[in-house]
Structure formats: C-alpha cells, structure tokens
Design a protein around this ligand. Structure first.
Ligand SMILES: [Zn+2]
Length: 140
C-alpha cells in the first residue's frame, strides 16, 4: 500500500481539490476545479509546490503576457524542445521569473552548450544586429 497524502477539499490558489484520480509514475493525480469553473487534473506535487494555482486560462490572465512574442517563445520552447527543457521551465511563471527582466523584442533564446538542456544556467538571449553580427545577453 502506498501512502497517499489526502488533499481532498483543500484549496491551492484558485483551485479546489475535488477527488483523487489515479497514481501516475508515482505521482498522485487529483481532479481539481478552478474558481472560473474549469475542471482538470494535476499532480499533488504541482499543487504543493504552487506550480499550479489556477487553470491555464486564468493563469495566463494573471501574468498578462499570453498574446506576446515573449509568451510565444516559451510556447515554442515547450513544444519544440519538450524533452530538452528543465522541468522548472515547464511552468511559465518560473520561466518568466528567470528570463523576463532581460528580455527585449527580437531576442532569441540560445543554449551555451547544445548538448545540455534549456535551463537558466545553460541559456542566454541572443540578439542579431546584422548578418553574422550577434551579441549575448545574460539572464539576471
Ligand atoms: Zn480558471
């Protein structure tokens, strides 16, 4: 018998935990409902670490960047380099905390070592000034 933390009925941000769904790769997955009424599933870990505190559309409203080129960079990173991105950056808010301060329009995210994953430690912004003319901006 595995011991499962019972979080039924608990609240995490905008989310209320409805019921246990199943265990997947040792992670307990729960049915939750957002204040807006949207139901979905997320892991107990995500809730406890506050990675997930609302449904996706409510989350995007709060950070206010959902239609920007910056947000699209994150979406592209997630879809094109899904297995090559650090798990912290699966969460947009964490990605934003790490990189948004130094971002300017036109910057592209690059890896220092292409054999390593996309992460705060291994990435920088790359800005193209002209043909073969680039400069690098470190995250702060
Ligand atoms: Zn919502």
């Amino acid at each position: 018998m595995s011991t499962r933390i019972d979080i039924e009925g608990q609240r995490f941000g905008k989310l209320k935990v409805l019921s246990f769904y199943k265990t997947k790769n040792t992670h307990a997955i729960w049915n939750v409902i957002c204040d807006c009424g949207k139901k979905f599933m997320t892991s107990c870990n995500n809730l406890k670490r506050k990675n997930t505190t609302s449904c996706q559309s409510c989350g995007q409203k709060t950070h206010g960047l959902s239609k920007t080129s910056y947000h699209r960079k994150w979406e592209n990173l997630r879809s094109n380099h899904k297995n090559n991105t650090c798990s912290e950056w699966y969460n947009f808010v964490t990605f934003k905390n790490d990189t948004y301060n130094t971002f300017k329009e036109g910057y592209r995210i690059k890896r220092k070592d292409i054999n390593k994953i996309y992460s705060k430690e291994n990435c920088y912004w790359n800005c193209r000034l002209g043909k073969n003319d680039y400069f690098q901006v470190k995250f702060e």
